[in-house]
Design a protein around this ligand. Sequence first.
Ligand code: ATP
Length: 324
Amino acid sequence: AGPLDKEQMQGLRGIREFLKVRTSYDVLPLSFRLVVLDNDLLIKKSLNILIQNAGIVSAPLWDSHNSTFAGLLTSTDYINVIQYYCQFPDQLNQVDQFRLCNLRDIEKAIGVVPLETVSVHPMRPLYEACRRMLKTRARRIPLVDTDDETGRQTVVSVITQYRILKFIAVNNEQHTMLLKKPVGELGLGTYTNMATATMSSSVLDVIHLMVKHNISAVPIINKDYKLLNVFEAVDVIPCIRGGAYDELSATVGDALSNRAEDFAGIYTCGEDDRLDSIFDTIRKSRVHRLIVVDDDSRLKGIISLSDILKYVLLYGEEDDNIRS
Ligand code: ATP
């Protein structure tokens, strides 16, 4: 191992130590907004609430009959409803009447394995929340506190992979600056069997692609493999506004042209870029993933936030640790 490898390992260790001495609570901003939805709400109505609250793409669910936390609503749930609609097209009336508490039944009906409903206590080490995320493939985890005396639960907030990586970027520059190995050399991300689509693909085709590959973003390319845009799982939400499932036959081009004004944008990097500069980008901007392109903006690969989190937490650890 050269000096660069040594430094890289030193940076990774520093970040891991940092995550062990901070809690999930530390990641939360001083003031924030949390939208919690009642489990009895019509799914159709939940869509409007997410669309009206720009920037919110998920929400903890609350069972008000039992006063308990009932899981986390994400764009995957809407994709499940769409799959249900595709499998049972003559049941549109029923789909219209589905409530959030029916989401588990929908999963069963279409035969998807339900995502484990994980939550963490806000005062546990952040490192634990990260490991839990990687283990369950959850992209976001609700922070749930339980009152010792009454046993009552409170949903404090939701932490996401982006928030954790940004927390590292902002508070741990002395370690992120040591990560100087090119991402291409690290093999960080995915570079083969890329799932892609074109502007004229239908939204429904892209959704099926996301389901098949278990991914949340599909690069949109032209015939020369040049990157034009990225269709994300959250882009599905405005497409089915008001329960209009028949509009899913629209093209990706049309759907993307209706994106909200405040769309965070698409971030790209090259194979020679290094994690230190990716952390700089994360520090400054709301990055969801990085698309790897060459000098002619041709698609080479994709680096998801989970790829980064996995590398930062697990690279060079004992195999045993990785499995636990
Ligand atoms: P999110 O992007 O919402 O944070 P995630 O980090 O789990 O979720 P996914 O996009 O679901 O990322 O990616 C899971 C894995 O699949 C990653 O290793 C990523 O490199 C890879 N991947 C992501 N998008 C594609 C794609 N379009 N084609 C091939 N592989 C992909």
